[in-house]
Design a protein around this ligand. Structure first.
Ligand SMILES: [Zn+2]
Length: 368
């Protein structure tokens, strides 16, 4: 049986632990103990070293018979997160004290998974082999799962509990997300005495940015320049300008083409003013799409209906560990984790919604 009281206690104690990206040590220790208590074997990988954080990804297994199934959540939370103080309200809503995020993203997802595992164990019901992945550093675009050894995973299907919005939600498609940094090198010179001897790095950047189509590039692609820095004094022609941005698209090919085009625009603008230009980029997420008729989607829809919940499939324009899993051939759906207004200090969750999702996850775990 799903136990709302246990969900409440677990969530309040997990959300009270500070667990910023790259600083998930306490959370990893707590979850290792919790998973072992539930009868799972747990191993921690070398992500701490690889990412210069203090904890690795946790990978846990519960033996069973049949086709294995993977469930995941992430251990890190966005800032501001130091000193989180979860507040339980009489109606079962949980918020922060207003000065930090709550961390329901993704500790509600983690709590849901622990509850489903606990109830299965208590009831002694047969189940397939279950695999659990709790990743570190998901928020900085899947840094943790990116270094995970996917060869350890036997499951070919997975559910990522990391979606905001109402119970029953599922994201069947997600975009490629690429972040980039352009460094434009000019030449400094006194702006009053000899401006003609300088090469204006900021002007070159401005020329390029003016030519870029920002915002919605087409129906499934966006581009944004979000940060710009450069110059050292008002009376010096700036010799350096750094521009940071990101682009997203449901089509990976379109994302790659847009990245090429952005690089070309900066390069031409720099050359036209005699400046140099260098671009670094990283695809943190790669686009995927799951069909409603695939077993991984049907299993979720069936479990929702059994719980009296209307399944709601939609596309998300955000990334998650499902991007990494799908890239490694594990068909993955991101499903609701009973979190609302994540990445704000008004973030909240509801005990009843966590309980409902735990019921849905439990059903999927039992009938893989
Ligand atoms: Zn998340």
């Amino acid at each position: 049986m799903i136990q709302p009281k246990r969900i409440t206690d677990n969530f309040l104690s997990l959300a009270a632990i500070d667990s910023p990206s790259y600083g998930e040590r306490k959370m990893a220790d707590r979850l290792t103990a919790a998973l072992k208590e539930l009868g799972l074997s747990v191993e921690e990988d070398g992500a701490a070293e690889a990412l210069r954080g203090n904890a690795g990804n946790l990978f846990a297994r519960l033996p069973g018979t049949g086709t294995p199934l993977l469930f995941t959540g992430h251990m890190d939370t966005v800032e501001p997160s130091a000193g989180k103080k979860p507040q339980l309200h009489p109606d079962g809503t949980v918020t922060s004290d207003g000065t930090t995020v709550l961390g329901a993203d993704d500790l509600a997802g983690v709590t849901i998974l622990l509850e489903a595992l606990a109830s299965i164990r208590e009831d002694g019901l047969p189940h397939p082999p279950l695999e659990i992945l709790f990743s570190v550093a998901e928020e900085p675009y899947d840094r943790g799962s990116e270094v995970f050894d996917f060869g350890k995973i036997r499951s070919r299907e997975a559910y990522v509990l990391d979606l905001n919005g109402k119970v029953g939600g599922a994201a069947y498609a997600a975009p490629s997300i690429c972040s980039f940094t352009v460094t434009i090198g000019g030449k400094s010179s006194h702006a009053g005495f000899a401006p003609e001897k300088g090469v204006h790095a900021i002007a070159a950047a401005a020329r390029a940015i003016d030519k870029l189509k920002m915002g919605c590039v087409d129906g499934e692609t966006t581009l944004n320049v979000g940060m710009i820095a450069g110059g050292t004094a008002t009376n010096i022609v700036p010799d350096l300008c750094t521009v940071k941005g990101e682009l997203r698209s449901y089509s990976h090919a379109k994302a790659e083409a847009l990245l090429d085009s952005v690089a070309g625009t900066f390069s031409r603008a720099a050359v036209s003013l005699g400046a140099s230009c260098k671009m670094e980029s990283r695809f943190g997420c790669r686009a995927y799409e799951i069909s409603r008729s695939e077993p991984v989607a049907r299993r979720y829809a069936d479990a929702c209906e059994k719980a009296g919940v209307q399944p709601d499939f939609f596309r998300t324009f955000g990334g998650s560990d499902a991007n990494q899993l799908n890239q490694h051939g594990i068909r993955s759906l991101v499903i609701s984790s009973a979190m609302y207004l994540p990445h704000t200090c008004r973030e909240y969750t509801r005990v009843a919604d966590m309980a409902k999702m735990a019921e849905i996850v439990r059903t999927m775990m039992l009938h893989a």
